[in-house]
Design a protein around this ligand. Structure first.
Ligand SMILES: O=C(CO)[C@H](O)[C@H](O)COP(=O)(O)O
Length: 225
């Protein structure tokens, strides 16, 4: 068992009968979904909402009962991966392009658990390029605005050489190389106010629990102070 699997499997233990669960996206959330699928096969009664079409497909493969967001007001729990996590459990997410739905789901959950292998733990956020989801209409203006605000490299994410990456919500993603981000909360607030930006991958004060997995299969659980 590698670190991602160890973290994903352990996080699935938080899920109890009757819960509505948010399912994250990526190669670590994958293991949590697989483990939940096993538990559903053993009789666990839950319903779930997925943060991407890929996770929805995976959950359906494991016969996890899926519902639409409109059917519930709150989620009991959401489990998702991260691209970076710092000591205060602030995150960069969106490497897999699902940041908007991931943030919507995380904010609606009473308990948000992040699953990651130990390579994701950093002293300061920002080495991983920050994904920023922008609307396609006038995206060049939004890109120009971002470039005028910050001395960072902003690159539109490509699907392949001829095609821009398009999210499940029909938007584009800009990957921003900030380097070390001195004040992630401030940057998050500023990006919230850039017209054309739909959402960004800074998850500030959302995570309650971090489940870290290590290469030898052991895990560490860190609760938000
Ligand atoms: O934010 C995400 C997708 O939008 C993922 O959670 C993040 O990229 C981590 O992925 P992985 O577990 O594959 O390393």
């Amino acid at each position: 068992m590698n670190g991602k699997q160890a973290a994903g499997y352990l996080a699935a233990d938080w899920v109890k009968d009757g819960m509505t669960v948010g399912l994250g996206t990526g190669s670590t959330a994958y293991w949590a979904i697989e483990r939940l699928g096993q538990r559903v096969a053993e009789g666990l009664l839950i319903q779930a909402i997925a943060t991407s079409s890929a996770s929805e497909e995976l959950a359906r493969k494991y016969h996890i009962p899926m519902i639409e967001a409109a059917q519930v007001d709150r989620l009991d729990l959401a489990i998702d991966g991260a691209d970076e996590v710092d000591h205060e459990l602030q995150l960069i997410k969106g490497g897999g392009g699902a940041l908007l739905r991931e943030k919507l789901v995380a904010l609606q959950a009473d308990h948000f658990i992040v699953v990651a292998d130990d390579s994701k733990k950093v002293d300061q956020l920002g080495v991983f390029k920050l994904p920023i989801e922008i609307v396609p209409f006038s995206y060049e203006w939004t890109l120009r605005k971002l470039r005028s605000l910050y001395p960072a490299d902003f690159q539109l994410r490509q699907q392949d050489t001829n095609q821009l990456y398009v999210t499940d919500n029909g938007n584009y993603i800009v990957d921003a190389a900030f380097g070390r981000i001195e004040d992630a909360a401030l940057l998050a607030q500023e990006l919230d106010h850039v017209t054309g930006v739909v959402e960004h991958g800074l998850f500030i004060d959302i995570t309650q629990t971090l489940v870290l997995g290590f290469a030898d299969g052991h895990t560490e659980v860190i609760e938000k102070k």
